[in-house]
Design a protein around this ligand. Structure first.
Ligand code: GLN
Length: 488
């Protein structure tokens, strides 16, 4: 039996029936990570001691049979943008390379309370800025399906660690596709929940009005389980919803017959790889066979999604990243500094990578007097139009279906010299974040031996329908069960 390909549900059943202990499962996961991860480089930090301690506690809970949850004793990985008390949290940046948080993010705490076992922290594009993980200031992560290719970004390490079987589920973060795009590149299931469904407290902010923490898993069932655990109101984050979290897994098997899928016509234009288009068309046909209706819909402002997303990102990120100035967190380059301004300048000069500096400068420009109305304010107005596009399209259908990316995973180095081309790989995933709507990414086949991802986009707070429709697909396909052959 191969432990590293177990779903969360299977692992949980094995723990409950005492076929394996959490310490054994955790040791096996850590051992595999130490053996295989040097090839993939998905982890920034492997937290062996913390993991084994949490596993021991989980075994005690299991022995007593008290306070058990579906996650008790399950090894997971966490994107390195989410604070973990006592475990280094770098955001894959030099400026936070040695930063150890003194508190847990709400999500970290909820997972600890549920009894989950933190294996380690995963690599990402620095501060979440990128689509390939190549903007990590620490090292580059490779795609387990082909080591010459990128895993996607920015949660590339979280997706790669899942695909390589180095954790049982992982936690990513999606500001403009960072869960869905790497999930698609690595054949993993993942959700960007509705904005405000999961607390951002303790997440190192990129764009406070877009950021959404979401799970990556081997299938929809597991995704629903983890989201249910981490979602909910948090007094520490005033943007979280007060409404109760549904028991997502209860309605997974409800029939999808008679429901309608909307296909946004603006997403099926030139620029998409033939292999990707083919896989998506096949997925649409699979849904037709399941008795769903297919209807073309329009998201008329799609052409503005990418510029609006990036402009608002630059603006909010430039403001959010002002806190890294060498006087509070992480790196402080104060050698030979004449005064405090010198400390700010030196720290930021040494601590931030090129892409981060580019975005801070563009954001400061867009927010400056004289340009604010022309850029920032205008982009906010178009953001409202993007949001209305989704509301209108989703008023006549149950969900929307689209690819996660126009291509499969590209080669390392292929786009690093052309930021615009890198931004264009986000074309299908960025519009949902300014709109706030949820989107579930699913494996949808292969093109030239590389995974193709699709996403289902839903109404505000209607993750339930996404899970139901995604689960129906995974009952009749087995793309999500395919694993890369690596070091086995
Ligand atoms: N590719 C997006 C960007 O570079 C990803 C952002 C994210 O979701 N963290 O902004």
């Amino acid at each position: 039996m191969q432990l590293h390909t177990l779903t969360l549900r299977e692992a949980s059943e094995m723990l409950a029936t005492k076929q394996i202990s959490s310490v054994e499962l955790t040791q096996a996961t850590l051992q595999r990570a130490h053996e295989i991860d040097p090839k993939i480089q998905s982890y920034v930090t492997l937290a062996d001691d913390v993991a084994l301690e949490q596993a021991k506690q989980a075994d005690e809970r299991i022995a007593k049979g008290k306070d058990l949850t579906p996650l008790t004793g399950i090894p997971f990985a966490m994107k390195d943008a989410i604070s973990t008390r006592g475990v280094r949290t770098t955001c894959s940046s030099k400026i936070l390379e040695n930063y150890v948080p003194q508190y847990n993010a709400t999500v970290t705490q909820k997972l600890a309370d549920a009894g989950a076992v933190l294996i380690g922290k995963t690599n990402m594009d620095e501060f979440g800025m990128g689509s390939s993980c190549e903007n990590s200031a620490l090292f580059k992560t490779r795609n387990p399906w082909n080591l010459e290719r990128v895993p996607g970004g920015s949660s590339g390490g979280a997706a790669a660690s899942m695909a390589a079987g180095l954790c049982n589920f992982s936690i990513g973060e999606d500001t403009g596709g960072s869960v869905r795009m790497p999930a698609g590149f690595c054949n993993v299931t993942g959700i960007k929940p509705t904005y405000g469904r999961v607390s951002r407290y303790g997440l190192i902010s990129l764009v406070s009005s877009f950021d959404c923490i979401g799970p990556m898993t081997r299938d929809v069932y597991d995704c629903a389980t983890v989201l249910e655990t981490i979602a909910g109101h948090d007094p520490q984050d005033s943007t979280t919803f007060n409404s109760p979290v549904p028991q997502y897994n209860q309605n997974l098997n409800k029939t999808v017959k008679g429901m309608t899928i909307g296909i946004p016509k603006e997403y099926f234009v030139s620029g998409m790889d033939a292999g990707v288009e083919n896989a998506i068309q096949q997925a649409i046909r699979t849904y037709e066979k399941l008795g769903m209706k297919i209807q073309e819909v329009s998201l008329p402002h799609t052409q503005y999604a990418l510029p609006v997303y990036y402009l608002l990102l630059f603006a909010e990120a430039s403001s959010n990243l002002a806190r890294f100035d060498g006087t509070r967190f992480g790196l402080s380059a104060s050698e030979n500094a004449k005064d405090v301004i010198d400390i700010y300048l030196q720290t930021r000069h040494e601590g931030f990578g090129d892409e981060v500096k580019r975005r801070i400068m563009l954001g400061a420009y867009a927010l400056s007097a004289g340009y604010y109305d022309a850029y920032y304010l205008k982009a906010q107005k178009v953001r409202t139009l993007l949001r209305r596009d989704f509301e209108l399209a989703l008023s006549s259908v149950d969900i929307l279906l689209a690819p996660t990316s126009p291509t499969t995973a590209f080669k390392l180095g292929e786009k690093t010299n052309n930021p615009l081309e890198m931004y264009l790989s986000d074309i299908y995933v960025v519009a949902t974040n300014p709109a706030g709507v949820p989107a579930l990414a699913l494996p949808a086949g292969f093109s030239n031996n590389m995974p193709v991802g699709m996403q289902l986009i839903g109404k505000h707070l209607d993750e339930q329908t996404l899970f139901q429709v995604g689960h129906a697909y995974q009952q009749v396909t087995d793309w999500h069960k395919q694993n890369p052959v690596i070091g086995d």
